[in-house]
Write a protein that binds this ligand. Structure first.
Ligand code: CP3
Length: 346
């Protein structure tokens, strides 16, 4: 698997590529599949169809890795929170957590058990996926999950969870501890079901000042990395802390691949972290609206990375109105260009 080779820092014949949110609304076949079951959560819970959604970008784009079709928020859902996805608004928890009593009602063990539909989707996908393509399992980082659980939905200023952080840090730590324990079992079960790599999404990493981030977010990610390394030494570990460029050199831990969001200059990330970690990223997602913008962006990234210790990706998820043919153009262009750079360097 070229993707796993690259995660482990081995030389490959081209730079492997996949796209965050590659299974999703920009694909007409995804929209049909979702309509056939009703809504997004129903699709997540239907393992056969979730596997189908996972495989769509493989046949449509020929990316080097599939990411299991699910969502980071199924974990708090299955811990006992009530979740809905509202068109035009996004995810909403009807009863956010703001005290110990509410937290005590949530169960890590139940979540690990109830998430069977994700494990089944991974098994079905692995059976149908060609052996040279990697299968990525994923989860939200404890901080990002806690943020949704306390805010109840997407948030502009994260005031509720930050109020908890400063006025009742023990409560937030208790929540992060419980989430981290649930994630250990959830990640292990995903790997046992066939995931070759695990990506930990810390989408709201950029919401905290550095020391708060290190204490309330990174320490738990680091613990998860150690847990995976120890119990599943062959599994590639990818972390994606979005928007932390200003203090990226402090994000040391036992992972393989560091996802770089588009707001961070890749050259700086490479100078600071590239010797120790493989880097993933970081094309600005809106470049996909225009093929010239794709070429310029790819050229710049490949000229920095030179086909070494790099996995190509967007610097955040693909947007729903991107033309599929532009995504395909990106994949082909990266593969061709990177293969030339690598062949020339030999
Ligand atoms: O293709 C893939 O990447 C795999 C599936 C995947 C989804 N969500 C499917 C999805 C993954 C890896 C995620 C991760 C996720 N979910 C994150 C972390 C990555 C990031 O974008 O920062 C976050 C923060 C979420 C929470 C979430 N889920 C939000 C905020 C939303 C609404 C916004 C939106 O894009 O609609 C979702 C819904 C969601 N998750 C959709 C998909 C395909 C769209 C649902 C639909 O209408 O079909």
């Amino acid at each position: 698997m070229i993707f796993i080779d690259a995660c482990k820092g081995k030389a490959t014949k081209h730079t492997p590529i996949w796209l965050m949110r590659q299974a999703g609304r920009y694909l007409p076949q995804y929209r049909d599949l979702r309509a056939s079951v009703g809504d997004f959560l129903a699709l997540c819970k239907d393992s056969q169809k979730a596997a189908q959604a996972t495989l769509q970008p493989i046949s449509e784009l020929d990316v080097d890795a599939a990411i299991i079709f699910s969502d980071i928020l199924v974990l708090p859902l299955e811990m006992g929170m009530s979740l809905s996805f509202k068109p035009g608004i996004g995810p909403v928890f009807s009863e956010p957590i703001n005290d110990l009593k509410a937290l005590d009602k949530l169960s890590a063990d139940k979540a690990i058990e109830n998430l069977n539909y994700v494990y089944d989707a991974l098994k079905i996908t692995r059976e149908q996926l060609s052996p040279d393509k990697a299968l990525i399992g994923f989860c939200g980082a404890p901080w990002t999950l806690a943020t949704y659980m306390v805010e109840g939905s997407g948030s502009k200023n994260y005031a509720n969870v930050k109020k908890m952080l400063y006025s009742n840090p023990q409560l937030l730590h208790s929540m992060l501890r419980k989430i981290t324990n649930a994630l250990k079992g959830y990640i292990s079960a995903q790997i046992n079901a066939g995931a070759d790599a695990i990506q930990i999404f810390d989408s709201w990493a950029g919401a905290l000042e550095m020391n708060a981030y290190l204490e309330f977010a990174w320490s738990y990610i680091s613990e998860l990395c150690d847990y995976i390394r120890k119990n599943h030494p062959n599994t590639a570990i990818i972390v994606f802390p979005k928007g932390v460029g200003a203090f990226i050199e402090n994000l040391q831990a036992g992972y393989d691949v560091l996802g770089i969001s588009w707001d961070m200059p890749l050259k700086i990330a490479k100078d600071k972290m590239g010797a120790k970690y493989v880097l993933q990223g970081n094309l600005e997602p809106c470049r996909l609206y225009d093929t010239m913008a794709i070429e310029d962006g790819v050229d710049e990234i490949l000229n920095i990375m030179r086909g070494k210790r790099h996995i190509f990706n967007l610097g955040h998820g693909i947007l729903p109105d991107i033309p599929v043919k532009n995504a395909r153009y990106l994949i082909d262009y990266v593969r061709e260009k990177s293969a030339k750079i690598i062949a020339k360097a030999k």
